[in-house]
Design a protein around this ligand. Structure first.
Ligand code: MIC
Ligand code: SF4
Length: 640
């Protein structure tokens, strides 16, 4: 059979199951990445598994999210991450070295290999033909211990690119166009694989923008072939030896095809409060903008910042607005410093931040009350920017720069300055902020007082009797469930404390109520748990006693995280039954344990005399994990 790039990589890594669409398979993971906000938990879990050295080919730990040090907490986490990495054979990327996905793309990505990362935007590395998947920290810990990663064999959607982007239209507009068509759950159970004549017109950083934000469709991952353009990129990164050519066979069969003509792409924006609510910049023209933020793992490459610098050179940003810029990596930062573009940005009035996630995760730079913030980022869920009624729009760097100059939404195609970016002859390579582990090093792991032991759950009870603690609607994101931002992120290594913030924006009383009632269940609508891979959105509810989440549909990573922490993910057999359950109802889920043991799919939810039929998508292995009370218990029992 003629194979797609995805099938070639899956075929070379499958160790359990068969490649039948929708069936569960176990694949070998070659490489892992973690970032600091999910990494502390992942390494605490790895330590609990008792394995001396990681068994992957390469594991890298980044510090990029929790970089604001308003007290000891984040700084302590950095010390823990540095020492635990040295002890277990993990490369450590120091704070200041950049955003995990940008640095990974530049310095570690590898065509044809598998990468599992404790961050949902891990698919960025798909820009060079790597099968890069986001997952919860516990799945990364298990992969570092040498175990397989389990997923449902995805459908492979071929995205056929033709034509060429018009001036001032951008890779960001391409992924926004895909989001316009498939929305925030259209990618579930799918890999978007790009092919066609248009592919060769896109550079690696442009491809990475597209695979990065492919996450917002709910997909398993996105991938480009590794072709001549990729090879050039590796040469310029002085990594020619890591390049492997990997393209789909001619006439490879895709499960579905989506056509995008790059020549027809126009500047777009994702409007508040969903990455899937896409409109044209030409329809927003003239609307006042209060803040512009440029950066994040989607749009902070050398190309992106050079493009912005060229537009802003010799001009001043609009009087009523603030512009913040965060370069994606130290490589990008050093290069724009050396060639003078940084000076142009500063001179225009831009406030330059460190090379980190920053405002994208609400680590500072929250916009004013009720204001409009225009961002080159990938997510605009309500409140994520740090201001509850902030109106965040997601756009390309070209559009962001045009808005920064005028103070209103502006179509970048109307600017006098046209950008004509050329890839540099070579990228500046200076890996001095990476610490490579040394064999035989005697390391003491430092754990500050904010790093608390990981809570564990008891094995599953046979029946659940509980109250519906909360009922929510569609598209609840992990930012709703477990908010981030400068105040809450430092608590990522302290579950008892962070659990006090669960559902803070939705219902601030939730944590107190959950503890008082000794736990209960949550009811939700479609696409529950979209967005981030943060396992804290399962772990903290588990700590509060949440036993089951009953919804119309789940987002992939969150469903896996619920299973990992022993919370039952159940779905309404008929979506209309969602209406029948009310917050405050006392419900019973009888014989759930024996049903899972027997592989029964039909589960009952009883409210008094009424019986509502539920179901689940659990594999045999998932059921065993839930019965054990979570994956750590399961792995420990298995090894014992
Ligand atoms: C995000 O963009 O929401 C994050 C912060 O990078 C998360 C990870 C986290 O919550 O730590 C993600 O995308 O997985
Ligand atoms: Fe960081 Fe934002 Fe990218 Fe998440 S989406 S990894 S917070 S830059």
């Amino acid at each position: 059979m003629r194979k797609t790039v995805t099938e070639k990589i899956l075929g070379a890594h499958i160790k359990e199951g068969t490649l039948e669409k929708g069936q569960e398979i176990g694949i070998k993971i070659d490489m892992t990445l973690t970032q600091d906000a999910t990494g502390t938990m992942a390494y605490l879990q790895f330590e609990a598994l008792g394995i001396p050295k990681v068994k992957t080919e390469l594991s890298v730990s980044f510090v990029d999210h929790n970089t604001l040090q308003t007290d000891f907490m984040n700084a302590d986490d950095h010390s823990y991450l540095r020492t635990v990495a040295a002890k277990h054979g993990i490369v450590f990327s120091r704070p200041g070295n950049g955003i995990c996905h940008q640095v990974y793309l530049e310095r570690f990505s590898f065509p044809g290999k598998t990468l599992l990362g404790s961050d949902s935007h891990t698919p960025t590395a798909g820009g060079v033909g790597m099968l890069a998947i986001g997952a919860g920290g516990l799945d990364i810990a298990v992969a570092m211990a040498g175990d397989l990663f389990f997923l449902k064999t995805p459908l492979v959607v071929g995205v056929r690119l033709s034509g060429r982007l018009q001036p001032m239209c951008s890779a960001k507009d391409v992924i926004l166009e895909l989001l316009r068509r498939v929305d925030v759950k259209g990618g579930k159970g799918k890999v978007f694989e790009y092919f066609g004549d248009g592919v060769k017109t896109l550079s690696v950083p442009e491809r990475a923008t597209i695979t990065n934000m492919g996450t917002e469709t709910g997909s398993t991952t996105s991938i480009f072939p590794a072709d001549e353009v990729t090879e050039e990129f590796f040469k310029k990164q002085n990594r020619e030896k890591d390049f492997v050519r990997l393209v789909a066979d001619d006439d490879a069969e895709y499960d579905e095809i989506i056509d995008i003509n790059l020549s027809e792409i126009v500047p777009l924006a994702a409007m508040p409060h969903s990455p899937g609510k896409v409109g044209k910049i030409s329809d927003l023209e003239g609307m006042k903008v209060d803040q512009v933020a440029i950066g994040s793992c989607t749009n902070s490459s050398y190309k992106d910042l050079m493009t912005v610098a060229k537009i802003l050179k010799g001009k001043t940003i609009a009087k009523t607005l603030s512009l913040v810029i965060s370069p994606g990596s130290k490589q990008v930062y050093e290069m724009i410093a050396e060639n003078g573009a940084l000076g142009d940005l500063i001179a225009s009035g831009a406030r330059i931040l460190e090379s980190a996630c920053g405002p994208c995760i609400g680590m500072g730079q929250a916009p004013p009350t009720g204001s409009v913030t225009v961002r080159t980022f990938n997510r605009n869920f309500e409140g994520r920017c740090g201001t509850k009624d902030g109106q965040a729009y997601l756009v390309s760097p070209e559009t962001a720069a045009a808005c920064a100059l005028s103070g209103v939404f502006s179509d970048p195609r109307k600017l006098e300055t046209k950008t004509d970016f050329k890839e540099p002859e070579e990228y500046l390579v200076n890996d001095n902020m990476l610490i490579f582990p040394k064999d035989g090093e005697d390391v003491v792991v430092i754990k500050g007082p904010n790093i608390k032991p990981l809570p564990l759950k008891q094995a599953l009870e046979n029946s659940i009797n509980a109250e519906v603690l909360l009922k929510v609607g569609d598209n609840i994101s992990t930012d709703h469930i477990m908010p981030a931002g400068a105040k809450i992120l430092p608590l990522r290594s302290n579950i008892p404390e962070i659990s006090k913030h669960v559902f803070e924006q939705v219902d601030p009383e939730f944590p107190k109520r959950a503890l008082e009632k000794k736990g209960g269940i949550i009811v939700g609508g479609e696409n529950y748990g979209q967005g981030s891979s943060r396992e804290h959105a399962a772990l903290a509810p588990m700590y509060l006693g949440v036993k089951a989440v009953v919804v119309k549909t789940f987002a992939r990573i969150h469903e896996a995280n619920l299973i990992n922490f022993g919370i039952l993910p159940l779905v309404f057999s008929s979506p209309q039954d969602y209406e029948k359950v009310k917050q405050g109802n006392i419900v019973e889920i009888p014989d759930i344990r024996s049903k899972l043991e027997k592989g029964v799919k039909e589960i009952d939810l009883k409210i008094g005399k009424e019986v509502i039929r539920l179901s689940h998508n659990l594999s045999e292995k998932d059921a065993k994990i839930l019965i054990a009370g979570g994956k750590l218990n399961y792995v420990k029992n298995k090894n014992a």
